[in-house]
Design a protein around this ligand. Structure first.
Ligand SMILES: CC(C)(COP(=O)([O-])OP(=O)([O-])OC[C@H]1O[C@@H](n2cnc3c(N)ncnc32)[C@H](O)[C@@H]1OP(=O)([O-])[O-])[C@@H](O)C(=O)NCCC(=O)NCCSC(=O)C[C@@](C)(O)CC(=O)[O-]
Ligand SMILES: NC(=O)C1=CN([C@@H]2O[C@H](COP(=O)(O)OP(=O)(O)OC[C@H]3O[C@@H](n4cnc5c(N)ncnc54)[C@H](OP(=O)(O)O)[C@@H]3O)[C@@H](O)[C@H]2O)C=CC1
Length: 391
């Protein structure tokens, strides 16, 4: 379901109950529906006990909504779960400013992940690779028998890759379009099903059979163009802010110590949406930082440039996220988060997550390069430390 607007005037000053009612109205739901969905932090103890081992309860985390987002022309409410004050305000703030340039434009690759099958003790790697290449059709067919459901949805195994790693190691990648799933369990199933035949063809010892979290074929790209005047209370202030953000971005490109913190600011948004929607933040983080270092030097995931009176931001990062399976099977709160975004597509979720990452990055750089981070961030920290939840 789509919302007609992600700008909800006065939302920040409402009580928690008023916010839930306002969201229900905005989404055309019964007042009270959302409160029910979020009861017990959106997760019953009995469900938690079935989800993990040795459970002793459910650990709460603040769950909020970032406003003002427009992604590919569509207004989107962005659910965020985070323990850190000022992240949701920052995202809403930057999203408000980007609206003047048309919001966020995003695109996403197909949901391609690689299942790795490793074989070692291979004495003749070149011959082994030849035999594996000849058996491609057979191996792909077997993979697609395991992933029947995916094939019916228009996905499934699409391609195989073979590499000799040296020292008798060889690895086969089964590339799979996992549609709207994150894909880990799916790919592990495929890797385990194909493993023995791959080892037989390679003439070696079967090793690991597991997906790779380095999903560099499953990237999201997000762009925002912000007119200078939208960045400050006057054209002059906007100019200063735009130049400050572009310079901060350049600093991150030149210095790894800065790039890591810069990317932490990106992940403020990405992880908060991932947590809210029940996605695997460890998988997302591992891939993001490997991608940031893909040239051999750790670089920013998002950059900002000046172009003809506009500040132009671009983010590119791998994102393996799902709107089915995983924690979503059991977690009411996470399902509510997806309902707020109004999507049933993993690609669309990835684009919203990327937009959230670019937004939190912009807000942080704008604050850092103008007044400094302490005023905005610490005033909200102070509010949290005094326990004042509602204004
Ligand atoms: C905190 C702000 C937004 C204040 O900024 P401000 O200019 O004082 O805000 P404002 O009162 O003028 O409000 C502007 C908009 O911000 C939002 N907003 C503003 N306040 C609230 C609030 N209380 N509750 C909800 N929304 C809020 C809201 O959308 C509001 O629009 P309005 O509702 O008025 O139409 C700004 O200073 C900011 O963006 N700071 C950056 C904060 C940040 O990045 N925090 C993350 C923690 S620091 C970190 O982890 C990362 C870092 C910094 O190390 C990364 C890096 O180094 O790159
Ligand atoms: N290294 C890692 O990152 C690892 C992560 N994990 C965990 O694995 C979980 C994610 O695995 P994943 O395989 O995504 O989840 P699940 O196995 O929970 O769910 C995926 C299944 O959902 C079904 N499905 C229904 N609708 C769709 C659709 N539209 N698109 C795609 N699939 C659909 C498919 O089954 P069917 O076709 O039969 O209907 C598919 O196999 C996460 O909890 C993650 O933390 C686990 C191991 C390792």
């Amino acid at each position: 379901m789509s919302v007609s607007t992600s700008q909800l005037p006065g939302f920040r000053t409402m009580t928690l109950e008023q916010r839930l009612r306002c969201l229900a109205e905005t989404l055309g739901r019964e007042p009270g529906d959302f409160a029910t969905a979020l009861a017990n932090a959106g997760l019953e103890e009995a469900t938690a006990n079935a989800m993990v081992e040795n459970a002793i309860g459910v650990l709460g985390l603040p769950f909020g909504v970032a406003l003002n987002f427009q992604v590919n022309g569509r207004d989107v409410l962005v659910p965020m779960a985070t323990e850190e004050p000022s992240v949701i305000a920052a995202a809403s703030h930057a999203a408000k400013r980007t609206r003047a340039g048309g919001g966020f434009e995003a695109s996403v690759d197909r949901s391609i992940m690689a299942a790795q099958i490793e074989v070692h003790d291979v004495s003749e790697p070149e011959e082994a690779l030849g035999r594996l290449r000849e058996a491609q059709a057979e191996l792909l067919g077997r993979a697609n028998e395991v992933a029947k459901g995916l094939v019916e949805r228009g996905g499934g195994a699409t391609e195989l890759e073979f590499r000799a790693l040296g020292d008798g190691f060889l690895v086969v990648h089964v590339l799979v379009d996992c549609c709207d799933a994150m894909g880990a369990n799916l790919l592990n199933g495929i890797a385990e099903a194909l493993g023995p035949r791959v080892a037989e063809l390679a003439g070696g010892t079967l090793g690991l059979r597991i997906l790779s979290n380095y999903c560099d074929r499953r990237c999201v790209r997000v762009r925002a163009r912000v007119p200078f005047e939208a960045l400050g209370c006057s054209r002059a202030a906007g100019d200063v802010a735009a130049h400050g953000v572009a310079s901060a971005s350049r600093f991150a490109e030149l210095d790894v110590y800065r790039a890591v913190t810069h990317n932490k600011g990106v992940m403020n948004g990405v992880d908060a949406v991932a947590l809210a929607t029940g996605n695997d933040t460890r998988a997302i983080e591992a891939a993001a930082h490997a991608y940031a270092a893909r040239s051999g030097v750790y670089k920013p995931l998002a950059t900002w440039r000046l172009a003809g009176g506009e500040l132009v931001g671009e983010l590119e990062m791998p994102l393996s996220v799902g709107v089915v399976g995983g924690a979503l099977r059991a977690h009411r709160g996470a399902r509510l988060a997806l309902e707020l975004i109004g999507t049933r597509s993993a690609g669309e979720l990835a684009m919203v997550m990327g937009a959230a990452g670019l937004a939190t990055n912009l807000a942080a750089l704008r604050a850092l390069s103008t007044e400094g981070i302490q005023r905005g961030h610490m005033s909200l920290h102070h509010r949290a430390s005094t326990g004042r939840i509602t204004p």
